[in-house]
Design a binder for this molecule. Structure first.
Ligand code: SAM
Length: 373
């Protein structure tokens, strides 16, 4: 049998899509802009082209579930791994159908309950964070959190994501409460975001052929069998980049203060991961290559012979990029093509760069590496 191949015309198509400035829309795609996320067009195209319905797609660094959602919408099986509880949270919320009428009904109930005064036992924010945020913002967010905490699991997960998005917005350096009528203004933003999310939910199929699996676990040693995967589409951690996968920034230009907070973990009731585990920044910097090799070898093991993998990443130097490509080759992959990819707003590393649309150096050197087993 002749091994499947990719011709030059198709490489051009991939390059155009990978560099497309078109932002995500539709379904649950815009629920949350997870740091360094894929634009959905790319996995969508690759899944369609390199797998058949029922085929298995694997994303060992699944982040906010972009590849998982597209696989589900295209009737492919999907397995994703990520060690960050927030990544798994975003992925699951985006791929879990909840009746939109029930969601709307719940939102209206939250709104009614919000109108009542009640005591907040403890704040989500510590004193440092409180110093950066206005008291009105803290009060309204704590109130929303208290109300969402009483909901049933799927609903709680859904509205907690809207709440986390809200904190990202109010944490931006120039965010200001309107001087008058600020009462309930923060709640209104929460209501608007939740309504938009409910609108997106209306598009999600009620019943799917294959529900994506998201595993909160390292991909160094997965449960997948040898040669079982039809296509790998993934983006590993960036070497030496401190991407805010689990933090949110609270910034105030007026008082020249900025705080990275672990408020997401507090909302989800999870324990923040160490940088060493999450971004592979070891004491003496050598953890990256060790971890990268383990992941690549695992990808090679689980992929079917002749099948393709797509790794999107970037390095600060040509030497480091070379070392990564060597690891791919040493693990058995054939390197077919390296496609340079440009900055996209949706791939911002932090809540700050998302807001200011400011390129970060990480983006300028991104590349998509196409390999075959
Ligand atoms: C660049 S992001 C992936 C973003 C994803 N492509 C998306 O569209 O949202 C890299 C992810 O790798 C995860 N990660 C780091 N080490 C890991 C490991 N050992 N196993 C699985 N995931 C890991 C991080 O938590 C992070 O979510």
């Amino acid at each position: 049998m002749v091994a499947p191949s990719i011709d030059n015309d198709y490489l051009n198509i991939i390059s155009t899509i990978a560099n497309s400035p078109v932002r995500d829309k539709g379904y649950t795609r815009t629920y949350y802009s997870y740091p360094a996320k894929f634009l959905s067009q790319l996995p969508k195209e690759l899944i369609k082209n390199f797998t058949k319905e029922g085929g298995l797609v694997f994303d060992p660094f699944c982040g906010g579930g972009t590849t998982g959602l597209e696989s589900m919408l295209l009737n492919r099986r999907f397995i994703g791994y990520d060690i960050n509880p927030f990544a798994i949270h975003v992925s699951k919320v985006k791929c879990t159908y909840i009746n939109p009428n029930d969601l709307m009904h719940t939102l209206v109930n939250i709104e009614n309950d919000f109108k009542h005064h009640f005591m907040i036992e403890t704040s989500l924010f510590n004193s440092d964070e409180q110093y950066c945020l206005q008291s009105e913002i803290i009060y309204q967010i704590d109130k929303i959190f208290t109300l969402v905490a009483t909901l049933e699991d799927d609903f709680k997960d859904f509205f907690n994501l809207a709440l986390i998005h809200l904190i990202k917005i109010v944490g931006r350096r120039d965010f200001k409460l309107p001087p008058k009528n600020s009462d309930k203004y923060i709640f209104k933003l929460f209501y608007q975001k939740s309504s938009k999310m409910i609108h997106g939910m209306k598009e999600l199929p009620k019943i799917v052929s294959y529900h994506p699996e998201f595993h909160l676990k390292s991909n160094f040693n997965t449960h997948l069998s040898n040669s079982s995967v039809d296509c790998i589409i993934t983006s590993p951690p960036y070497k030496g980049k401190d991407i805010e996968y689990q933090e949110l920034q609270i910034q105030r230009r007026s008082i020249k203060r900025s705080k990275r907070t672990y408020v997401i973990s507090r909302i989800l009731g999870t324990v923040p991961l160490s940088k060493k585990d999450l971004t592979w920044k070891g004491e003496n910097g050598n953890l990256y290559w060790e971890n990268s090799l383990k992941s690549i070898q695992e990808c090679y093991r689980v992929l079917k012979p002749d099948r393709f993998s797509f790794f999107w990443t970037c390095f600060k130097s040509v030497a480091e990029k070379g070392q990564y490509l060597e690891q791919l080759k040493d693990s058995g992959f054939n390197l077919l093509k390296i496609i340079p990819v440009k900055l996209s707003h949706d791939r911002a590393a932090s809540s700050r760069s998302t807001h200011h649309l400011r390129p970060t150096s990480m983006m300028q050197q991104d590349f998509l590496c196409i390999t075959q087993k």
